[in-house]
Design a protein around this ligand. Structure first.
Ligand code: SF4
Length: 197
């Protein structure tokens, strides 16, 4: 699959604005609850999140390619290790909790480029999908502890998911892409050296 980055540029610009909107909405909800995502042993960067858009893939890849070469090499080696450890853990059949290769010393090396779920995870949310009952997520364990007894704040992920789906669809149409994507950050990173997506 080849992709002309000029086709992707306007979609990546809009993605950046969408991320800003998500961050602002998340901040408002976190402030309401007095939630501090800090000092947590159950780090969400240990969660095996899958990401589903070419758009987020490209945005993360741009950030990765702008890193110094030694950092790229280091992260690439970590990503290889994560993939190996994940395969071994899958064989064992236990829970998979392996640190994301972009997390160093508790910090995301591409924080401004992190995917949507990394931005939205943690705070209690709701999701309104057509023809389905409203789905509600309680937030992470630390959130539930800190927000106990607080008045409910409506943190609705629906507009963000909707806009993301529209942007992804627009990008695929503009670039003539028909493939689906389902990748972890580690799986993305090991393909970032390939010349074309
Ligand atoms: S991309 Fe960044 S925020 Fe997301 S899981 Fe990896 S280290 Fe954590």
């Amino acid at each position: 699959m080849t992709l002309n980055m000029a086709d992707a540029a306007p979609f990546l610009d809009r993605l950046k604005r969408l991320y800003d909107e998500m961050d602002a909405a998340y901040r408002a909800a976190a402030e309401h609850y007095g939630f501090q995502c800090d000092g947590c042993t159950d780090n969400c960067c240990l969660t095996r999140f899958h990401h589903h858009t070419h758009l987020e893939y490209l945005y993360l890849r741009e950030g990765f390619r702008a890193m110094p070469m030694d950092a790229q090499t280091e992260v690439r080696a970590l990503a290889d290790a994560v993939i190996r450890e994940t395969a071994a853990a899958e064989k064992e059949g236990g829970e998979i909790r392996i640190m994301c290769p972009l997390n160093t010393g508790g910090r995301c090396r591409l924080y401004s480029r992190r995917p949507m779920i990394c931005r939205l995870h943690g705070v209690a949310h709701e999701l309104h999908l057509p023809g389905r009952p409203v789905s509600r997520g309680p937030g992470c364990a630390l959130f539930m502890q800190q927000a106990e007894g607080a008045e409910y704040f409506r943190f609705d992920r629906t507009p963000f998911y909707r806009e993301m789906a529209m942007l992804e669809s627009g990008l695929k149409q503009a670039a003539g892409l028909s493939t689906k994507l389902k990748m972890t950050v580690a799986e993305m990173i090991v393909t970032f050296e390939e010349p074309a997506l």
